[in-house]
Design a protein around this ligand. Structure first.
Ligand code: FAD
Ligand code: NAD
Length: 457
């Protein structure tokens, strides 16, 4: 474990997701003490998480312990598996709590920081709709994917139970996805593939009765993609027998059915066996509490307002990135990763500034002082964060993907099997380690040769 050097400033990093991990990879630990606090001791590669819900990929192939990621740092990063439950900006301390199942004598403590980097991400949006938390399954974390996989197989086995009525079989085999953003679309696509590739041969008497429905409040799915790709996705889903109910808003979730409002304003009930809820993000309580400490400057409900240098408005020692922050960019892994890398560079510049300031003060000749001063001015010129969009990708089933890629001043939209090959290679090259790459490729091979596992976990 990393030792705290009292001569160096301490950066406490909250979270081990896209933003924080990219920061940890780039930060120079010679210049700072670095402590990371996160309730999970690993990084999760979210873009391939939908594949874990049906066993195309194993969840263990997508995670990488933070201690592995930071093991080559010149000075060790200290990892604390805990949740940050409070930030006190005046005392510059955070409260941490061990919320895991196993607790020791000490499970609450405080940590002091000089700088705080908030990368706690966001939580699932429910809009306060009754029953969502109780009956729906989210798709954000490893355990969400495992829960979906287990529940899906449970629905199918329960439908196969002797004496089940035809109506009950139809309900149990109705898989409903709420939210037509990329998460909902990718989940529906994976489920479709599982149905066609595996369930059809293992449950020949039931497979034909399994239905997939996607419910979306807006007039179309994937609002962030270009029009032709939206049309292509909707027509591909039609071919795959996935029903899309657009302009349909879920109003309530009950144990066995959802209540929806149709475009004409009427209410309708849709029975379901499995409900996957993917309606986007909302801020975590920790972020809301931190915002409440700065009522004058923190006025955006979406997350922590930051300046162009990712410094939290109103607090000069707190920085925020990724889904926890409210910027002009979409809450994506791409943005979070670039912000993490950028912020590590800023910290490098801040450290150089301090060294140069001391050197200017200690310079013995006028010439040396001027030279150091010019260097100091350069170090003080910190460029604002600039996001470089690499494109948007989404898997839509049957070995097809869609891609909106920046091309010159415009955009190149493509969809189909070739785009899927690109999708695969892009994600493989983006995976953090050779270990993850090997595991994912092996999982893909295993699936192709042996099929997916249908055991209920
Ligand atoms: P996260 O990656 O969510 O990490 C947050 C971290 O904070 C976690 O480690 C969490 O455990 C920790 N944490 C939470 N609470 C606390 C606390 N109180 N104290 C300390 N730590 C805490 N984006 C893309 O660009 N491309 C994609 O293909 C893509 N696919 C996606 C697929 C799915 C299924 C999902 C759910 C998202 C996808 N995204 C994708 C979005 C992307 O995952 C997020 O934008 C990204 O994870 C945000 O990074 P982050 O670091 O802000 O938060
Ligand atoms: P999202 O916010 O992109 O989409 C949520 C959808 O749910 C919206 O279209 C919304 O209209 C709909 N909705 C909201 N309330 C509803 C209700 N009551 N009834 C029916 N529909 C309702 O959410 P997401 O898909 O989870 O994505 C979150 C973020 O992660 C986005 O920034 C996204 O770009 C990113 N992401 C990207 C990828 C990818 O690039 N492949 C994959 C997953 C997530």
């Amino acid at each position: 474990q990393g030792e705290i050097d009292p001569s160096k400033k301490t950066i406490v990093v909250l979270g081990s997701g896209w933003g924080s991990t990219s920061f940890l990879k780039a930060i120079d630990t010679e210049q700072y003490n670095v402590i990371v606090v996160s309730p999970r001791n690993y990084f999760l590669f979210t873009p391939l998480l939908p594949s874990c819900t049906v066993g195309t990929i194993d969840v263990r192939s997508l995670v990488e312990p933070i201690r592995f990621i930071t093991r080559h740092k010149s000075r060790q990063v200290k990892v604390v598996e805990a949740e940050c439950t409070d930030v006190d900006p005046e005392r510059k301390v955070i409260t941490i709590t061990d919320n895991s199942d196993v607790k020791g004598q000490s499970s609450t403590s405080e940590l002091a920081y000089d700088y705080l980097v908030v990368g706690v991400g966001a939580m699932n949006q429910t809009f306060g709709i009754k029953g969502v938390e109780q009956y729906g399954c989210f798709l954000k974390e490893v355990w969400d994917a495992q829960k979906i996989r287990t529940k899906l197989m449970d629905c199918i086995e329960t439908a196969a139970f002797p004496g089940q009525s035809p109506e009950e079989i139809d309900r149990l085999l109705h898989m409903v996805v709420v939210g037509g953003g990329p998460t909902g679309i990718e989940y529906a696509a994976e489920l479709h593939d599982f149905l066609v590739d595996d369930l059809t041969s293992w449950y020949p008497e039931l497979a034909g009765k399994i239905k997939i429905t996607l419910v979306e409040a807006l007039p179309n799915v994937l609002p962030a993609f270009s029009k032709q790709l939206i049309d292509y996705t909707e027509s591909t889903f039609k071919e795959q027998n996935i029903s899309i109910h657009t302009k349909t808003m879920v109003k309530e979730v009950c144990e066995k059915e959802i209540v929806v409002q149709r475009p004409d304003g009427t209410s309708d009930k849709i029975p379901y066996g499995l409900l996957v809820w993917a309606t986007g993000n909302t801020t975590r309580p920790l972020v809301r509490n931190l915002m409440a400490r700065f009522p004058e400057t923190q006025t955006i409900r979406r997350g922590l307002a930051v300046d162009d240098w990712l410094c939290m408005e109103g607090a000069k020692d707190i920085f925020a990135l990724g889904d926890a922050s409210a910027t002009k960019y979409a809450p994506t892994a791409q943005v979070a990763a670039q912000q993490g890398k950028y912020l590590a560079r800023i910290f490098g510049q801040l450290a150089s500034q301090e060294t140069l300031e001391a050197e200017v003060a200690a310079a013995s000749t006028e010439e040396e002082k001027n030279k150091k001063f010019r260097k100091l001015q350069k170090a003080k010129d910190i460029k604002p964060f600039h996001y470089s969009h690499q494109g948007s990708l989404c898997y839509i089933g049957s070995d097809k993907a869609i891609a909106d890629l920046p091309f010159g001043p415009g955009n190149l939209a493509s969809g189909g099997v070739a785009t899927y090959a690109f999708w695969r290679s892009a994600y493989i090259s983006n995976l953090f380690s050779t270990r993850n790459r090997t595991l994912v490729i092996t999982d893909w091979l295993k699936k192709t040769i042996l099929g997916r596992d249908i055991s209920r976990e």
